[in-house]
Design a protein around this ligand. Structure first.
Ligand SMILES: Cc1cc2nc3c(=O)[nH]c(=O)nc-3n(C[C@H](O)[C@H](O)[C@H](O)COP(=O)(O)O)c2cc1C
Length: 277
């Protein structure tokens, strides 16, 4: 556990707040340090962040290139580890990037305005009360995304599904024949699981981004599973000693950067025909 804590860095959060909140189940612990493990959901201590009043995520428009999203319920679990491997490449290559662990953020379910009336679903999203408007603006501002997800029942995590549902307002711009904000940007996808369903998970994620006009980086999908014959408690140690997961994560990150640096977003401007559902 100590090693994992060191790797994932100090718990994030509001320094003025008293107490520690488990990002997985919401349990609040009062003390100088987070507890050794969560007594409610049994998550390790690195899932705790400082508790405090919810401060909405704000994006002030500072430029950056790559938006890295850890879509797991665990901010510092196996998926977080894989995201960290991709992050190392961004850091080594001096790429301006921002990483977010979705479990630290408040994102409401999609209101599904589109299902009532297609014109009602447009950018900016009508729900401005959670962290998603900042993510919308960062998707529009960045040149590339790297999405990292665990496999949950042969698909992405529920948290990531909620996040992707909420991108419908960007996606629907093309359907409404309005100018889009995401055409020609680059995507890479990483998936981490216990046994199977990795490719389906990656494809489920990809479908959403291709509908927003993203380009999948060459060799832009990487995944690693351990094996159903093993207890899931051994997954973390396995991944940490595994060269294959390193190659997958670093390779995808590097391919995303390489394609992004080709500047296709700029070169393809006004030349693509949005074909949407
Ligand atoms: C609800 C649930 C469903 C899961 N379904 C699958 C699955 O279909 N295939 C798979 O390989 N692993 C599955 N897993 C295992 C996770 O993908 C695996 O433990 C992953 O490494 C967890 O990442 P995390 O530490 O970031 O949460 C499932 C786990 C949960 C909790």
């Amino acid at each position: 556990m100590k090693q994992a804590e060191e790797e994932s860095g100090p718990p994030a959060g509001n320094a003025t707040a008293a107490g520690w909140r488990c990002c997985v189940c919401g349990f609040v612990f009062h003390g100088d340090k987070p507890p050794k493990g969560c007594p409610v959901c049994h998550s390790p201590s690195h899932e705790f962040i400082r508790d405090g009043p919810r401060v909405p995520l704000v994006y002030y428009g500072e430029p950056f290139d790559v938006l890295l999203i850890n879509g797991s319920t665990h901010r510092a679990g196996n998926t977080g580890y894989m995201a960290g491997l991709a992050e190392e490449v961004l850091r080594e290559q001096g790429i301006p990037y921002r990483r977010f662990n979705l479990s630290e953020h408040h994102i409401d379910y999609c209101w599904c305005c589109y299902s009532v009336r297609a014109e009602s679903c447009t950018f900016p999203c009508r729900n401005t009360k959670d962290d998603m408007p900042a993510f919308h603006r960062m998707l529009a501002a960045s040149k590339a995304v790297i999405i990292v997800s665990p496999i949950n029942w042969n698909s992405m995590s529920a948290r990531l599904k909620v996040f992707l549902d909420r991108t419908t307002c960007l996606n629907n711009l093309y359907h409404l024949q309005k100018p889009g904000h995401t055409m020609g940007k680059v995507a890479g996808i990483l998936v981490c699981g216990h046994e199977d369903g990795a490719i389906k998970t990656a494809m489920d994620i990809w479908l959403n981004f291709q509908q927003m006009g993203y380009i999948l980086a060459p060799f832009g999908i990487g995944f690693r599973t351990h094996g159903s014959e093993f207890n899931s408690s051994s997954d973390r140690a396995f991944f940490q000693n595994d060269e294959f997961i390193v190659r997958q994560a670093r390779g995808v990150a590097s391919n995303v950067i390489t394609l992004m640096q080709e500047g296709l977003e700029e070169r393809l401007k006004d030349r693509l025909v949005p074909v949407t559902e």
